[in-house]
Ligand binder design. Sequence first.
Ligand SMILES: O=C(O)CCC(=O)C(=O)O
Ligand SMILES: [Fe+2]
Length: 215
Amino acid sequence: MTLPLPRARAEVAPGAVHVPDWLAPARQREILDAAREWSRPPAGMRQTVLSGGRKMSIRTVCLGWYWSPYRYTRVSHDGTPVKALPAWLAELGRDAVAVAYGAPKLAAAYEPDIAVVNYYDHAARLGMHQDKEEISPAPVVSLSIGDTCVFRLGGTENRNRPWAEVLLESGDLFVFGGRSRLAFHGVPRTLPGTAPGHLDLSGRVNITLRMSGLS
Ligand SMILES: O=C(O)CCC(=O)C(=O)O
Ligand SMILES: [Fe+2]
C-alpha cells in the first residue's frame, strides 16, 4: 500500500503562499452548502460574457460587489442587488491571511468586501489574467473545494512563461499578495472525479476573497 505523500506549505512566489488541507472536511461542506444557496437567483450564478462576446466556461456568483468585465458594481446581471458577504466569510479570510503570512497586523486589517465564487464543470478553465479591478493592494485569499485543479501562477508583466503550477485540492488555501498581488494566474484544467466523495460534488468550486478599496 502506498500512502499519499504529505503536501507541504509552500511560498510559490514572493507573497504567494499555498497551504494544503487548510479547510477541514466539515468546513468544506458548510461552505459548499452556502455556495449552493448563493448560486440561486436572484443575483445568482451566471456565465459571464466577455467584452469580445465570448462566454466564460466557468459559472460565477459574486457577493458584496458584482464583477463584470472589467469593473465592480452593486447590481447583478439580472438587475437585482448583489448578495451580501457574510461576516463569517470575512472572518475566515482574516484567518487565512494570518495562517499564510504569520502577520497578525496584516490579518487584523484584512476586511474583504468581495467574494467571487466560481464553479468549474469538467470542461471549464480560466485563462491567464490579473485580479486588478480592486483598488486595495490587500491580498487575494483563494479557497478550493471539490475537484483538484492545476493552478498556474505567472509573473506580473504578461501572461507568458515562466510560471509555476500548483495542484489545488479540496480544502486548500492559496493567498497571493505583496509582490504577487498582480501576478497573472489561471486554471488550465481540473482533474475530473477527484472531489472527495463526502462533498457530493461533481466539479470544483473556488472562492476568492478580495478587498475592493471601493466605497
Ligand atoms: O479558480 C481559481 O483557483 C482562481 C479563480 C480566479 O482567478 C478568479 O476568480 O479571478
Ligand atoms: Fe483571478
